[in-house]
Design a protein around this ligand. Structure first.
Ligand code: UDX
Length: 477
């Protein structure tokens, strides 16, 4: 089929490259002249494993081209994907749809023959209706359908997620559009992978529901990690024990510093806006957003605590800055509030990341960027493992210990077994683990026929405002 993809960013480029690898003829369109020029020389402006090879191979075969000329691309296409950005508006977190609407207007002007217009960008429920209205208004004569086809790509594994998806979701009630989309994804159907065809608004909501659920599942296990630290349990074993339940599944149960990225933060806020617009309260999603934000900030307190209660005048080495491994993306990364709060507490912060430092330099001030993990840790009072890049989870611990001023290792991804760190002379602080230097829990003091527990309760909200209510449990019987 002849396909255009409008927007050559992360989603558009992955979509275009994979569809061309399936044998479709794909033209990727972007307004950015520099980006198009770079793509036409085989240079990929984003870090995504295997993408460069895929682009080069298919461009060499003439199945994948790049242009700024939207009209030429669209007028010759059976299917046109809109894969432009929908960034959150700073004012209220609402998705900025101006790029989507601009693309719809330009596409309208170039339509020739029946064309399927596909919303691939993550868009609020009902956006497909608006795109349809824009195109109809501009071209009452045009023969077209508007389809929702949300993406479920994870940065760092996007090619696999596109070519071997858990499912493809197609939102349309029009037979011609359905037939065209099944032809686009015929490789998926041939592989026996599920393709769900449903109503357009349902498809739009599936995307937000999936991301909000994943963010909530993750935030849940992160809160369980907090409880583990106070009751002497181990969150990784809790996650394993829970994940073996096939109703729950073992994915997205890895406790960490909180989620970041360009999707979860943006999509949960956009979903909340949609719910508010319809007078529906999504309290679980609201709590997920606020608990996650508080968690990211509370990680700094964890580091300060591990460094003896103060980091004033101390050097803290942060290993990993991106929101997760195998990406150069710093958007909403937990490292951003961590660095800011450590600096505010008087620390000198040094940092290293295999791919993210170019972006980090634009987001962080007064950080000393290092060329490698050992240079980063030289004479440091503590090391914080923030992102579990492979190279950062295979460190030479003797060498690391040898360069540091004091051996505090705060492992915010539980990448290392505490026993291993302690065997190499480190004071190991993890996530959801009790550590020798931090007593597991305040053991209950039996008081007559009642047992009184003092617990730390981390409520969502300013990290520093952690309250410490005492809970009186009355024994029964
Ligand atoms: C996510 C969704 O997974 C994807 O389907 C959607 O299309 C886009 O948003 P992405 O944001 O690229 O993908 O990353 P993902 O791998 O989902 O991780 C999101 C965040 O959760 C990261 O900060 C990651 O570090 C964190 N995470 C993920 C954990 O802390 N523990 C986990 O077990 C999984």
């Amino acid at each position: 089929m002849k396909i255009s993809v409008i927007g050559s960013g992360y989603v558009g480029l992955v979509t275009g490259a994979c569809l061309s690898d399936w044998g479709h003829h794909v033209v990727c369109v972007d307004r950015d002249a520099e980006k198009i020029a770079s793509l036409n020389t085989g240079v990929i402006p984003i870090y995504e494993p295997e993408l460069e090879i895929l682009v080069r191979e298919n461009a060499a075969k003439g199945r994948l081209t790049f242009t700024r000329n939207l009209a030429d691309a669209v007028s010759d296409s059976d299917v046109v994907f809109i894969a432009v950005g929908t960034p959150p508006r700073p004012a209220d977190g609402e998705a900025d749809l101006s790029y989507v609407y601009d693309a719809a207007r330009e596409i309208a002007g170039a339509l020739r023959g029946y064309t399927v217009i596909v919303d691939k960008s993550t868009v609020p429920i009902g956006t497909g209706d608006v795109v349809e209205h824009i195109v109809s208004l501009a071209r009452p004569d045009a023969d077209f359908s508007v389809v929702s086809n949300p993406e479920f790509l994870r940065e760092g594994s996007a090619i696999a997620d596109f070519t071997r998806p858990d499912r493809v979701v197609i939102g349309t009630e029009e037979p011609r559009a359905r037939a065209a989309m099944l032809e686009v994804y015929e490789r998926v159907e041939a592989a026996g992978l599920p393709i769900l065809v449903t109503k357009r608004r349902t498809a739009e909501l599936i995307k937000y529901t999936a991301n909000a659920f994943l963010a909530t599942k993750l935030t849940f296990i992160n809160e369980m990690a907090d409880l583990c630290e106070h009751v002497g349990a181990d969150i990784d074993d809790v996650a394993q024990g829970v994940g073996l339940d096939t109703r729950i599944g073992d994915k997205f149960l890895k406790a960490g510093p909180g989620y970041g990225g360009s999707c979860f933060p943006k999509d949960t806020l956009a979903l909340l806006r949609t719910a508010q617009d319809h007078g529906v309260a999504l309290r679980l999603v609201e709590d997920t957003v606020s608990v996650n934000e508080a968690r990211k900030r509370r990680m700094a307190l964890k580091v300060i605590d591990a460094a003896g209660g103060s980091v004033t005048g101390k050097t803290i080495a942060v290993l990993g800055l991106t929101f997760k491994a195998n990406t150069d993306d710093m958007r909403a990364s937990p490292s951003i509030p961590l660095v800011e709060l450590l600096q505010r507490a008087g620390a000198h912060v040094r940092a290293y990341d295999p791919e993210g430092m170019d972006q980090a330099r634009m987001l962080m001030e007064d950080v000393e960027f290092s060329t490698g993990p050992y240079e980063c840790a030289a004479n440091a009072d503590a090391v914080v493992l923030m992102t579990d890049w492979h190279e950062l989870t295979q460190l030479d611990l003797d060498r690391l210990h040898g360069v540091m001023r004091s051996p505090a290792f705060i492992d915010l991804r539980n990448a290392y077994a505490p026993e291993l760190l302690e065997a190499h002379g480190f004071t190991a602080i993890g996530i959801g683990r009790s550590s020798k230097s931090h007593p597991d829990s305040l053991s209950p003091e039996p008081v007559g026929d009642t047992v009184e527990f003092k617990t730390l309760s981390a409520r969502p909200g300013p990290a520093e405002a952690m309250v410490e209510p005492s809970v009186r449990l009355v024994s029964v019987g």
